[in-house]
Design a protein around this ligand. Structure first.
Ligand code: NZQ
Ligand code: ZN
Length: 387
């Protein structure tokens, strides 16, 4: 196991009726930038509840609304301007990962003397940020408890993740009932996203990080158990609660501290989103089984680790080679049959291969130091197989 630092300053209020804790925002000042998306929080009534609590706490609210899924740098810039014009003290995101990510970069951009895109390209430039708070409405990205944010500039087909400890939320409210209204499509995509975060951490080359591996297996089993229940019964509290907590733990450092490995399915997916604006979790579900098969073929020394996954998570038994292959099949079956997700790139509207070379060239950098390092040619062939 490697040495590591583990620090999560985010206070989590988990469960029903936790929203009143937003009164604690007063600790950061009195002017709040409220960031939200395309209107789901207005339809659910959450917007009204948040506004009431903030008003009762004597907080002054400025709004940044309309943050897009795959949030755009233009929204971040609007938010930064609002912070400056209104001397904002803190940023409150109410929504899914896109809203929280946008809020994080707004918070950093407000303290930066330049264009916020610089901070997306280089998290090292983030030297200060306004305090970030969140109310999570979609279980997926873990942004409510991590130090990352992913922002797109669609004019350049670029989507990049940035990170800084300064982006970790001060506090996040995790009430599973707020996710009852999440659609089947987004529930499936969110489950695939948290599973992918877990896979990225699980398939590591660090030896001896047994506990982290077993924690990954627990998160995966939880997603496999509760994802389908949440799809069939959207207001099943335990299903939503288990998914919500799994999403946070999958990426808050718990699973990868001491077992570090470069992620490679994510860089490949981010290029799909950057060029075709697809739903992140759907891209991951399509790429994951293809990537696993590629790993098995390119580096047979990894067969044992894929087989261990099959035995622990899927309860399979038999010889390594056979179990590893069956585990990949089970993964594909789970995403495409049980969860009803699109199974290839054509099904998410990517009907031509024009950009595969360019996308692969950009994704390659992210795959250095991954479980099995991938060349540009490898990535093109993964896109081809996913097509
Ligand atoms: O915009 P609104 O109206 O709120 O609707 C959203 C959006 O259309 C809707 N939604 C959210 N909560 C809902 C709801 N609909 C009904 N009821 C609710 N309670 O769902 C749609 C998708 O929302 P979005 O925030 O885009 O989804 P998600 O949470 O999956 O976030 C995806 C973004 O996060 C990035 C992805 O790349 C993508 O840009 N990621 C962020 C990471 C991080 N910060 O650590 C890591 C991830 O790997 C990922 O890359
Ligand atoms: Zn992800």
């Amino acid at each position: 196991m490697n040495n590591f630092k583990y620090s999560i300053p985010t206070t989590i209020y988990f469960g029903k009726d936790q929203l009143g804790h937003l009164a604690e925002l007063k600790a950061s000042g009195e002017r709040v930038l409220l960031v939200y998306g395309g209107g789901s929080i207005k339809r659910s009534g959450l917007y009204d509840s948040v506004m009431k609590i903030l008003a009762e706490a004597g907080l002054k609210v400025t709004e940044l609304s309309g943050v897009e899924p795959n949030p755009r740098i233009e929204s971040v810039r609007r938010g930064v301007d609002l912070c400056r014009e209104n001397q904002i003290d803190m940023v409150l995101a109410v929504g899914g990962g896109s809203v929280i990510d946008c809020a994080k970069v707004v918070a950093a951009g407000a303290c930066y003397d330049g264009d916020a895109w610089d901070l997306v390209l280089d998290g090292g430039k983030i030297k200060a940020a306004l305090p970030v708070y969140s109310v999570l409405t979609l279980s997926a990205t873990g942004s409510e408890m991590d130090n990352f944010a992913v922002i797109s500039d669609m004019s350049k087909n670029e989507k990049w993740g940035t990170g800084s400890p300064l982006l970790k939320p001060v506090m996040s409210v995790l009430d599973p009932t707020y996710t009852f209204s999440v659609s089947k499509k987004q529930t499936a995509a969110g489950t695939a996203d948290m599973m992918s975060h877990t896979f990225e951490n699980y398939f590591t080359n660090v030896k001896g990080a047994e506990l982290q591996g077993h924690l990954c297996e627990a998160v995966l089993k939880t997603c496999i158990q509760y994802g389908p229940i949440a799809i069939k019964e959207p207001d099943n509290y335990d299903a939503r609660a288990n998914l919500m907590w799994a999403g946070s733990l999958a990426i808050n450092g718990l699973l990868n501290g001491g077992a570090e490995v470069a992620w490679c399915v994510h860089p490949m997916e981010h290029e799909l989103s950057a060029f075709y604006d697809i739903t992140h979790g759907e891209g991951l579900a399509i790429l994951t089984p293809v990537w696993m098969s590629f790993v098995l073929k390119k580096d047979p020394s990894k067969t044992g680790q894929l087989a261990a996954y099959g035995r622990s998570v899927w309860g399979l038994s038999g010889e390594d080679q056979e179990v590893a292959q069956a585990a990949i099949d089970k993964t594909a079956q789970f995403f495409f049959e049980t969860m009803g997700m699109p199974k290839n790139l054509r099904e998410v509207g990517i009907t031509e291969k024009t950009h595969f070379e360019e996308m692969a060239a950009k994704a390659e950098a992210g795959c250095h130091g991954s479980f099995v390092p991938l060349t540009k040619e490898d990535i093109v062939s993964i896109y081809e197989a996913a097509f």
